[in-house]
Design a protein around this ligand. Structure first.
Ligand code: GLV
Ligand code: MN
Ligand code: MN
Length: 416
């Protein structure tokens, strides 16, 4: 059992230890208040601190920590693989993200190890806690970077040349912190060690509060991907250029953004979602008609075909918006994740073993989704009473996080 006497700030001790790491102290766009939440992005100071924290924590628990070719961290209890049971999640965040998305899975895994050790348990098969790199894709744009590279779903050349918002490549960022990016790429040896992967994660919607359950097992993930829409127009003076005849890419992008929302709403039957949460205008001067407007589209739907159809309709509407404003449009796919159905045997076995807990589908992507195509994979969700995620309001009650640790511990015990 996890230590139910834990109290204090309402956080598991592991989360409390990293509570101050990477807090987002930047101002909101209006500059009237702090955005709050976390900024923890691959190879930045906060993420490096979290890596150091994980290595120290796992080493103190008697685990042997190694970093793989793709910057993923592995903490082994006993000798590495084959046929290992692996659990864990990620430590990076979205900009302004919450405290639980990612770290809860890592901390719960370490707590499960502590609980098993305290009970005198010794695994009879290899076991590791993993921390995947850049799950959110918030610095270099591609979601689940570490697991995608490991499974060969992202070419190392492309990965090395990915740029962050400041124009720093992944290759440069890696070498600045002493990480050798020459070895990035498909890692069959690392993959061959995994017999089964289970990721515990905070719930990212609002289902368990109404179902009255602290823990659920994942059933599926929507198909999803990221596309960059770049509208090109003509830079000019905001004061001297008549309104007629402008080629303003910001107007074209704005028309496209409204259209894509309406298109996703019209496709509610396919669980469609379309979002623009990141954009940039060049030049970005107040008194300048921009030359270029770049928006990142996040599109999701129930099936691969539904998502492709959604994106095709959005591209058509965006092309029409560009034409209307005398602009050009370029569309680039940045990342793609097909719909995931988690291993039914594991899902049902775990759900039953945990007392017939709910099975939940999710619209959020996960490293578990990337691994599900390669190894038997399962996920546990811990109730989030706010239903909010990727924002500071993301939350889980301490009692529920303890229930999550207990659930993970009992599953690991049954597997090991
Ligand atoms: C990650 O959380 C995603 O769903 O994009
Ligand atoms: Mn996330
Ligand atoms: Mn996550």
């Amino acid at each position: 059992m996890a230590d139910s006497s834990v109290s204090g700030t309402g956080l598991l001790p592991g989360l409390r230890e990293i509570d101050d790491v990477g807090r987002d102290t930047s101002r909101g766009a209006s500059r009237t208040g702090l955005r709050g939440g976390y900024r923890r992005h691959l190879f930045d100071d906060a993420e490096l601190d979290l890596r150091a924290w994980f290595i120290a924590r796992a080493s103190a628990a008697g685990l042997a920590v190694e970093t793989d070719r793709n910057a993923n961290l592995w903490a082994w209890w006993g000798a590495p693989g084959p046929n290992a049971v692996v659990t864990g999640s990620h430590l990076d965040s979205v900009p302004g993200g919450g405290a639980y998305d990612g770290p809860l899975g890592v901390v719960s895994a370490l707590d499960a190890v502590a609980a098993l050790r305290a009970a005198g348990f010794v695994p009879s098969r290899p076991f590791a806690v993993v921390v995947f790199a850049e799950e959110e894709g918030s610095r270099f744009g591609v979601a689940c970077l570490g697991s995608r590279l490991m499974t060969g779903q992202l070419e190392p050349e492309r990965a090395r040349s990915l740029l962050d918002p400041e124009g720093v490549s992944l290759a440069e960022a890696g070498s600045r912190v002493g990480f050798d990016v020459a070895n990035l790429g498909h890692d069959p040896e690392a993959l061959a060690r995994i017999g089964l992967f289970i990721e515990l994660h905070v719930e990212q919607g609002r289902a368990l509060i109404d179902l009255g359950a602290p823990v659920a097992v994942a059933s599926s993930i929507l198909a999803h991907g990221r596309w960059r829409l770049t509208f090109t127009g003509e830079a000019d003076h905001a004061g001297t250029t008549l309104m007629q005849g402008r080629r303003d890419p910001v107007v074209a992008a704005s028309r496209a953004i409204v259209a894509l929302r309406d298109i996703a709403v019209s496709r509610a039957a396919q669980d469609a979602r379309a979002t623009v949460g990141r954009s940039s205008w060049a030049s970005g001067g107040t008194n300048v008609i921009a030359a270029e407007a770049s928006v990142w589209l996040d599109a999701r739907a129930a099936t691969d075909a539904d998502t492709h159809a959604l994106v095709a309709e959005i591209v058509e509407a965006s092309t029409a918006a560009a034409t209307l404003e005398g602009c050009e449009l370029d569309v680039a796919e940045e990342s793609w994740s097909g719909a995931v159905r988690f291993d039914v045997g594991l899902r049902e076995g775990f759900a039953a073993a945990l007392g017939d807990v709910p099975r939940l589908s999710t619209g959020a992507g996960h490293d578990a989704g990337v691994l599900a195509g390669v190894v038997p994979t399962a996920m546990l969700f811990v109730r989030n009473p706010t239903g909010i995620s990727h924002a500071p309001e993301e939350f889980a009650e301490l009692a529920d996080t303890l229930a999550g640790v207990d659930a993970l511990t009992s599953i690991l015990r049954s597997l090991l």
